[in-house]
Design a protein. Sequence first.
Length: 327
Amino acid sequence: MSNQSTSPYLKALAELMSERPEVVCVTCGEQAQSQLEERAPNLPQGLIALPHAPSAAVAFCAGLAREGMRPFLHAQASTLIRGGYEMILTQLSAPCLPVRLIGLDAGLSHEGGLGAQAVDDLSALATLPQLGVFEPGDQGELLALPRLIDDVNGPVYMRATLGEAPALFDEPPRLGHLRCIEEGEELVIVSAGRCTAEVLRLKDALKEAKFSVTHLHATELSPLPTLELRERLEERSFRAIITMEEHLSPGPLSSGISALLSESLELKSSPVHVPLALHQTFAQGGQPAYLRRKYGVDAGALLAAIERSLKRRIGVTVSELPSSAWR
């Protein structure tokens, strides 16, 4: 039985392919192929399945793009970045070709450890000129991003899940903007991807304890849109900025915020930057929730960072918090 109905990303991709015949779905490797064939067996233009050779797959998609097609290349994120990086640089980024790289099982969402996880993918590609980097945080963003990234005139890398996703936001994402989830005066939290759900676990506790926090969610990581944050920093005196990303430190989110703080000369204050990420370590295998807790990118790590930054207790323990919306 197809699971396409439970996959917001595949639903959006199928609709996009129905409207735009130049959009083609490509897979690299048996794992990505089997996931697509199981969950989306009836894609309008079918499925081009390539063997486990990421550099060749990237070159193949570059050729499709030169012929006027707009390929979406699906592969395990770890395989795609480590095996295809040179071709991504020379065949996609340099000529600015419209190929959409879809990294599956990125971050700590895979249980398989170093060989299967990609906690180095976002920063590896965020430094390449002309290549956009995206990470959806909920169901609505998975539904909206295929169309949005296909409107980008150049190559794109996006982390994605082919499974279910929670609905966290009321509005679709807008390119070039940070999503404002909460407005406050004491502290700024900027999160990306599944980390935003971890921040939301603390939302009610922060309000009850009268902590005044601004929470911004980044969907687009390269180029990182910082206008909304810059305006807030120029208007208010925040004590700290906490960035939270499921990635090796420094990731593109923390790097972008650090650059903003170092370059801005008109800020009302100089807030301390506290990056939450995997610090100088690759992850072991294990359940995603356990891994986020172990490597300091969950609600417990954020709780401790907020209390250190504001020098007062929130008054809750991690066990009292609701569970993450992501499974």
